[in-house]
Design a protein around this ligand. Sequence first.
Ligand SMILES: NC(=O)c1ccc[n+]([C@@H]2O[C@H](COP(=O)([O-])OP(=O)(O)OC[C@H]3O[C@@H](n4cnc5c(N)ncnc54)[C@H](OP(=O)(O)O)[C@@H]3O)[C@@H](O)[C@H]2O)c1
Length: 326
Amino acid sequence: MATVILVTGGTGLVGKAIQHIIDTEPEGSRFGKRPNETWIFANSREADLRDPEETKKLFEKYKPTHVIHLAALVGGLFKNMKYKLTFLRDNILINDNVLHTSYKFNTQKVISCLSTCVFPDKVEYPLDENKIHSGPPHESNFGYAHAKRMVDVQNHAYQEEFGCNFTSAIPTNVFGPHDNFDLEDSHVIPGLIHKCYLAKKNGTPFVVSGTGKPLRQFIYSHDLAKLFIWQLREYDDVEPVILSVGENEEVSIKEVADAIVKAVGFTGEYSFDTTRADGQFRKPASNAKLLGLMGGFTFTPFDKALDSTVQWFLQNYNNARTGKTN
Ligand SMILES: NC(=O)c1ccc[n+]([C@@H]2O[C@H](COP(=O)([O-])OP(=O)(O)OC[C@H]3O[C@@H](n4cnc5c(N)ncnc54)[C@H](OP(=O)(O)O)[C@@H]3O)[C@@H](O)[C@H]2O)c1
């Protein structure tokens, strides 16, 4: 039977990675394209998913049998803090339109993308799939967090009332080619890569905010793409799955910065601005459920993945999302 997989947000960091894996893994392999599959990677120009009519037209055009729903208003801490209502409303509208239109079109399966930053602020670590709703999210991103948490609530309600096969994935911090490298509004890895690149180009010091000591779990976008493809084909349950490297694979911000310095080939002055806030020391998430279900998975070593990301950035600087400071 023909399978049409619509990837919403298909032109972003995660969507481009799924496209890369589908294009490059051997056809018919665990993560490769199957002969009966058509993959559609949509962006906001094709349909603004905040709008129900545009969402409906997109579904009428492609008639997807499966949806990987990545589209979201995403941003770094500053943007999340400044535009809480916009993050709440836009994401509620996008998610509601995608889920309800999927239901109306009898879509066989939908996987929506949450994030570990939707977890409660005060919570016992490590994070696991049962703790999403066990307390309020951090104040800085409550708009984004509540909108994303509601997807899990909706998935359960669609399943209980209509029997829909809707589920969700919870990635930790993602990095890779096609990320947003904006200096003002990006996540830590793409922001530091851009900063280091400019320091090398301008002969200025490379200064990293904070002590460099906090630990984070980073997942390479190409690994995450494989996990989404696994979840699409091999996981049929409404409960979310954390898609992440293991708790023992945390990396410090200093290790991130060291790897960037090496990959960029920066030899100038390099320091940490310890007057800047560090954020939480660690917020580990467990990937035990994922590995138990998959029967193991080999993640790309961090340094190798980071080097590939830096090389992509250097080769694509003119077309990459770098903000206004080029
Ligand atoms: N990046 C991370 O570290 C991270 C971590 C955990 C979870 N996630 C989640 O992963 C998913 C993908 O994130 P990403 O990092 O790949 O984001 P991204 O690079 O910023 O891409 C976002 C995608 O969503 C589309 N989009 C945004 N607003 C839209 C709208 N109104 N209508 C239709 N499409 C719209 C964008 O299309 P245009 O380019 O046309 O605007 C783009 O294709 C999101 O759900 C995010 O919450 C990301």
